[in-house]
Design a protein around this ligand. Structure first.
Ligand SMILES: C[S@@+](CC[C@H](N)C(=O)[O-])C[C@H]1O[C@@H](n2cnc3c(N)ncnc32)[C@H](O)[C@@H]1O
Length: 271
């Protein structure tokens, strides 16, 4: 299903959705009262969550910039979220206008707004796939219509893996990530971030409980659990680190002064 089929997928406004809750934290307008209510309840137990969302979004910008500066010209972004400028293709195409970007998300509201992701540079391409990350066959096949998997691709799952919970739905999350990495050519990048319980376990446990009770499994991961996603890959400096510390811009340094947010980030290269 592509961005043109948006009207065919109903948006459920009776329960909160992660993309819309995150949109509320980012100050967006594409959320409903149920999303705002959960966003506020989580903010009440974890006061870092708005700073965390912003820091995470800025990490995506820096990681994509690093990939583009390293010569990557193809991007597959899974768990894209509601468009928030600059979007990934804008960051990549600012550096290399010929960059090709494929977005994938399973939320109908992201599909509704996907047209905004499809206006890229004249030289490059952008595409959108409405699909679940748990369906790598479908995402890789659809992405293969515009990306050449014989050449390096930057695969990003930014703030997505904490919604994948082995205990709740029996997923083998490491095996799933492995399916994607296996499809990538040497020289490809893997860009990841996700929430951790390491820094403030009590607050994160309560936030995870609120997500889970709303119908969204939530699995924070420790440093060791998160780092395992990069097994077999070469981590770029500075390695796996709290998100604002990953190759920070001056605004990230300033944000860190307000306190570290409980989100890990890392970027690795496939040898
Ligand atoms: C917190 S947002 C992150 C958005 C963006 N990557 C960023 O970091 O700014 C998580 C996104 O993952 C999407 N998502 C959650 N579970 C998913 C799944 N199983 N398959 C595809 N997308 C999923 C949500 O719809 C949401 O848009």
């Amino acid at each position: 299903m592509t961005a043109n089929d948006a009207a065919a997928v109903p948006v459920d406004t009776s329960r909160p959705h992660p993309a819309r809750v995150y949109d509320w934290w980012l100050g967006g307008k594409d959320n409903y009262p149920v999303d705002e209510e959960l966003a506020r309840r989580i903010l009440a137990v974890d006061g870092t969550v708005v700073r965390g969302a912003r820091a995470n979004r800025r990490f995506m910008h820096r990681a994509v910039r690093a990939a583009a500066e390293a010569g990557i010209r193809q991007f597959l972004d899974i768990g894209t979220g509601i468009p928030t400028e600059p979007n990934l293709h804008q960051v990549a195409q600012r550096i290399a206008p010929e960059s090709k970007v494929v977005y994938a998300d399973n939320d109908p509201i992201v599909l509704r707004h996907a047209q905004a992701l499809l206006h890229g540079s004249a030289e490059g391409t952008t595409d959108y796939v409405h699909a679940d990350v748990r369906d790598p066959g479908r995402i890789l096949e659809s992405a293969g219509r515009s990306l050449d998997f014989a050449r390096p691709v930057a695969l990003s799952l930014v703030a997505l893996t904490h919604y994948l919970d082995e205990a709740a739905d029996g997923d083998d999350v490491y095996g799933l990530l492995g399916r994607y990495v296996d499809a990538l050519a040497p020289g490809s990048f893997l860009i990841l971030s996700q929430v951790t319980p390491d820094l403030n376990p009590a607050a994160i446990e309560r936030a995870a409980g609120l997500f889970a009770r709303s119908g969204t499994p939530f699995h924070p991961r420790t440093l060791a659990e998160f780092s395992r996603f990069f097994d077999g890959l070469e981590l770029l400096g500075p390695g796996v680190i709290p998100v604002s510390g990953w190759r920070p811009d001056p605004e990230d340094v300033a944000a860190q002064a307000e306190g570290i947010v409980p989100v890990y980030a890392g970027v690795a290269r496939k040898p």
